[in-house]
Design a protein around this ligand. Structure first.
Ligand code: SF4
Length: 687
């Protein structure tokens, strides 16, 4: 009734701004969001940060897409869903007939639900017949996952967020949780201040937690693997290794010990710039601590040697016995709300849901029997390879869901050329993103408050979101759109609710065997692995590691120096990261009035030394040039950075840092070496 429409409604949801996974009730009246009320969520209790509490302007933004769009020359025109689906069906069928299924590729979203990630890979594999499917973890977290899978078997946080408080020592490496994971970081601040928890920070930049740290080290860029290994070697050589743990739980010690031979303290000091005495102090802190958690993020992963650095980090935890107990282990701090889930649910070129390999005949047979199809047998293309394959003319169609590729991937100029050359590009999003400008068809997707589903936070915690309001205009939930496309391509899918998709996931995926919507009702949640009886795993490793003999393994690595060209002309190192008030390139947060003025569009941090040398004061415009592009940006002189290192937030679409970044990648995972950028700086005339 009309009266009832006047009533307010409260709906449980999960924040979409970071992977901490804060939950709360959202109060709505019609389409108006009245307030956010935290209700003792498992990760956040009654806390939220500024983004979760206020940044909901994107839901009703005038920039929302409400109808499918078709390219019409240089502009777009609105079309009906039927017309859009007709075109997609015709083009997909034509490309598949002319060039085979591997001429099509699919990119799932770390913003979307688990169920939607599962359907995206099912569309690619079961309906189209290709393993060309990936998600944006490729840009950030894949090296972390690989380093952990190599050593301990699962790529996920070792314990829950609450367990971080139980550690004797927190080591933060290449991450900035005070801005990027605020509610999680509050726990560290509290335990450090009030409970004597030790804090060591290794970072190029003196961020808030570096200021608070007991020890702050500034290694030279791209050298973390060296000091991790040198500290491990010192610990072993000094008889401080936890050999009881190693002998019982870890294979390959002798080979690992030998691989550490080059990593002497002298060598480490030379490469990292950290004094040997500091490394010795750090080694003793780690060896002595009652539980060590290493929190890390893109400062570790986005390098040519990113996955090897993550491996060295995990080796160090193993040799010091820092797994299998609360308050110890590796915490790869995932960025997006569902970056963990997008990979967990199989939107990757080499694995189905739960990291089951596509080239394993038994696994494939299980999926083939359930889905009633024959599946492709070899690994598909990852995001990075898709861009190359378009340039080489091998890939004709790309379907991108909930990702602004052009402002996210490295080397924007190159990616733009590729997207411009793609024969048939579908972009599905809530707003008309920069990437939409390259699309042939744009599909309007529903926002998180407009659909049901689940997200998986950084602590492997699966939580439900509930529909609070109807999708705006003719936008639809991503799972519904994927199903419409699958059925046009002969999929015969019949999902009426995301819970049915999750039941299928549980049936096919041992990691999620006991997951279902009843067990996730309201504020209930489950941390994977989830046994068939519903028992979940706040602590990732308890009775064994997920290898055939139940033991973890040391995985020796070599140091991979940064792969930026050694052209001495490009004399400055450019680092990048996020801001508290913004999310990514701002396509969501900039839609909340006030957020844009809270923080400037972008800026460049310059050290006092460099500022003096070049005659730069705060507010002066400078131009940065790399071999790939140019940006103009305002300088901020600050001792957060030192020497010839510069820092720029990634939050600008006008002067995006990814115009400067190269196409070099981590050699194992193809994650862009975003943190290895060399530039020339010119001071622009005063305006
Ligand atoms: Fe959202 Fe992360 Fe802030 Fe929590 S900490 S409210 S999940 S942005």
């Amino acid at each position: 009734s009309a009266m009832r429409n006047e009533h307010t409604k409260r709906t449980k949801t999960v924040c979409t701004y970071c992977a901490v996974g804060c939950t709360f009730d959202v109060w709505t009246k019609d389409r108006h969001i009245l307030k956010i009320e935290p209700m003792h969520g498992p990760a956040n209790g009654i806390s939220t940060c500024v983004k979760g509490k206020f940044a909901w302007g994107h839901i009703n933004s005038p920039d929302r897409l409400t109808k499918p769009l078709l390219r019409d020359g240089e502009s777009f025109r609105e079309i009906t869903w039927d017309e859009a689906l007709d075109i997609i069906e015709k083009k997909f069928k034509q490309i598949k007939a002319d060039h085979g299924p591997d001429a099509l590729a699919f990119i799932a979203s770390s913003k979307c639900t688990n169920e939607e990630s599962f359907l995206m890979q099912k569309l690619a594999r079961a309906v189209i017949g290709t393993n060309n499917v990936d998600n944006c973890a490729r840009y950030c977290q894949n090296p972390a996952t690989m380093g952990l899978q190599r050593t301990v078997g699962y790529g996920g946080d070792s314990g829950s967020i609450a367990d971080i408080e139980k550690a004797g020592l927190i080591l933060m490496v290449g991450c900035n949780p005070a801005e990027n994971h605020p509610v999680l970081c509050t726990r560290v601040k509290r335990s450090h201040k009030h409970r004597g928890q030790r804090l060591i920070v290794a970072d190029l930049r003196k961020h808030e937690m570096a200021e608070r740290a007991d020890i702050f080290m500034r290694p030279n860029p791209s050298t973390d693997a060296v000091w991790f290994s040198a500290v491990a070697k010192y610990i072993i050589d000094s008889g401080l290794a936890k050999m009881d743990f190693v002998n019982k739980w870890v294979n390959n010690f002798d080979e690992y010990k030998k691989s550490l031979d080059p990593f002497t303290l002298e060598y480490a000091e030379k490469i990292t710039g950290i004094p040997a005495a500091t490394l010795v102090t750090v080694a003793h802190e780690i060896a002595r601590a009652d539980g060590v958690c290493i929190l890390f993020a893109m400062g570790v992963t986005q390098h040519c040697g990113g996955s090897d650095t993550a491996t060295a980090l995990s080796n160090l935890l193993l040799v010091t016995g820092n797994y299998m107990r609360p308050g110890a282990g590796a915490y790869p701090l995932r960025g997006h709300n569902n970056v963990q889930g997008a990979s967990d649910l199989g939107s990757m070129p080499n694995v189905f849901s739960g990291y089951q390999k596509v080239d394993d005949p038994d696994i494939r047979a299980k999926f083939e029997a359930d889905w009633g199809v024959t599946l492709p047998t070899s690994k598909g293309l990852d995001n990075h390879e898709m861009i190359r394959a378009i340039q080489e003319g091998k890939l004709k169609s790309l379907y991108i869901k909930g990702e602004d590729t052009i402002t996210s991937d490295a080397n924007a100029g190159d990616v733009g050329d590729a997207l411009g050359n793609c024969e048939f590009l579908i972009v599905q999003d809530i707003n008309f993103s920069e990437t939409c400008r390259f699309a042939d068809i744009v599909l309007p997707a529903a926002a998180s408050l407009e659909k049901d589903g689940t997200f998986t936070s950084t602590e492997r915690r699966i939580q439900r979101i509930y529909k609070a309001i109807e999708p705006l205009g003719e936008s639809k939930a991503d799972w519904e759109i994927i199903q419409l496309i699958a059925n046009r391509m002969g999929g015969h899918w019949n999902y009426s609710h995301p819970s049915e998709i999750m039941d299928e996931v549980a049936r096919l995926t041992p990691l999620f065997a006991g997951v279902n919507y009843d067990r996730l009702e309201g504020y209930k949640s489950l941390q994977w692995p989830i046994a068939a009886d519903g028992k979940d795993s706040p602590l990732l490793f308890t009775e064994k590691f997920p290898f055939p003999d139940g033991k973890a393994r040391f995985y020796p690595i070599e140091y991979i120096p940064p792969c930026i060209e050694s052209n001495p002309e490009f004399d400055l190192h450019l680092n990048n990261g996020r801001l508290l008030e913004q999310f990514q390139q701002g396509s969501m947060t900039y839609r909340t009035p006030g957020f844009k003025v809270l923080s400037p569009s972008t800026f460049l941090e310059i050290s006092p030394e460099l500022a003096t040398e070049r005659g730069i004061t705060t507010g002066r415009y400078v131009q940065l040039m790399s071999p790939y592009g140019i940006v103009r940006v305002q300088a901020v002189v600050t001792d957060r950075v030192q020497g010839k290192q510069l820092y720029m937030p990634i939050n600008s679409v006008v002067e995006p840092v990814n115009r400067l970044t190269s196409s070099f990648t981590d050699r194992n995972t193809h994650t862009p070496a975003y943190k290895e950028t060399a530039v020339i700086m010119t001071v622009l005339p005063e305006q």
